[in-house]
Design a protein around this ligand. Structure first.
Ligand SMILES: [Zn+2]
Length: 352
């Protein structure tokens, strides 16, 4: 936590002082062109630009501020009003972190700012820069509405029955991942994700390993990340920050590839295009714990008739926010009926 909150306001200024003054004088125009190019490159990587432009680092919202706490919910976990994603009437991506702690634990401001009530159990603190807001949900608030609070001001206490504070960070109107490098600090993550299954789905799941496909199919993967620190929901799993897939033919030529970026910002996609049927969230209902089960579509449906019959392989990779990775490679076969051959007469015209 080397940065004071004042640095947050001046983040853009810090970028400017990286340019040596002498270089600016000697090569003013070249430097200007370079800066414009750099700005264009930043704009071109829009998905990554938001975290890059975000705050200087800040500590945890519960004590001790300088120690890592268990995270039992990640940005872009599946959230719904029932436990099953597809039978629920609401489907969303989780817009922050669930930081686990006992009910009644004091929650403090990670940065100074103005207090707004989001509900009777959630408050937001908007920083003086106006662009950054931190939100703290499932608390019994004690901070006064409309008042300015300092760094580490007491905001409230975790509400009975929640066992966590939902912590969210908004930059310029967009939810971003507090666990990006340079955000919530310290955060060490050495536990790799798991790719638990690779399947195709036709109303039910079938293991893709050694399967024979024909026609149009939907490919899926089961994947999750294990939290670094065990929480008061030790069964909880979280989403990997990134899921990628690459389908290749026997010669190694890529047939299709894609990825879901679930680690940088709140995913703007329809959650039903990312999570596949059977997806469950972590829950604890009627004294019964249930671990989340996360199934991901690997892109839209795939028409296997567009490729020759033969051997194929699919590589699925899951990464967490600290780039710990897991990979699963599955070999399968495509076998479509050969297209009917139109008989040709000796004169070369088709026989009718
Ligand atoms: Zn939450």
């Amino acid at each position: 936590m080397g940065s004071s909150p004042e640095n947050v306001d001046n983040y853009g200024w810090y970028e400017c002082v990286c340019q040596p003054a002498s270089a600016r004088r000697k090569k003013r125009f070249a430097a200007k062109a370079k800066r414009i190019l750099a700005a264009l490159l930043v704009a071109a990587t829009a998905a990554l630009a938001l975290p890059a432009l975000a705050n200087a680092s800040y500590g945890w919202p519960i004590k001790p501020f300088g120690h890592e706490h268990p995270v039992r919910g990640q940005l872009n976990d599946p959230r719904m009003n029932g436990s099953d994603f597809y039978s629920s009437s609401s489907h969303t991506f989780h817009f922050g972190l669930d930081i686990a702690a006992s009910d009644g634990t004091a929650v403090y401001a990670v940065a100074p700012g103005w207090v707004h009530y989001l509900s009777s159990s959630a408050i937001a603190v908007r920083m003086p820069n106006g662009a950054t807001t931190f939100a703290y949900w499932h608390i019994r608030p004690v901070a006064k509405r409309g008042k300015k609070v300092k760094l580490h001001a007491l905001l409230g206490y975790i509400a009975p029955g929640y066992g966590h504070v939902h912590f969210a960070e908004k930059q310029g109107g967009h939810y971003i991942n507090p666990l990006r490098r340079g955000g919530l600090t310290p955060y060490v993550d050495t536990t790799p994700p798991t790719v638990s299954s690779v399947s195709y789905y036709d109303g039910t799941y079938h293991d893709l390993t050694s399967a024979t496909l024909s026609g149009t199919v939907r490919l899926t993967a089961g994947a999750f990340d294990t939290p670094q620190l065990a929480s008061n929901w030790p069964w909880a799993v979280v989403t990997p920050a990134w899921i990628g897939w690459q389908l290749s033919d026997a010669a190694g030529k890529t047939i299709l590839s894609g990825h879901w970026d679930l680690g940088s910002t709140l995913c703007p996609l329809d959650p039903l295009t990312v999570f596949a049927p059977g997806t469950l969230k972590n829950s604890f209902i009627n004294d019964t714990s249930e671990a989340g089960s996360y199934d991901y579509w690997l892109g839209p449906q795939w028409d296997t008739t567009r490729v020759p019959s033969g051997a194929y392989s699919l590589v699925v990779t899951a990464s967490d926010i600290r780039a710990n990775q897991a990979t699963k490679t599955v070999a399968f076969t495509v076998a479509n009926e050969p297209a009917p051959v139109t008989p040709v007469s000796p004169t070369g015209s088709a026989v009718r």
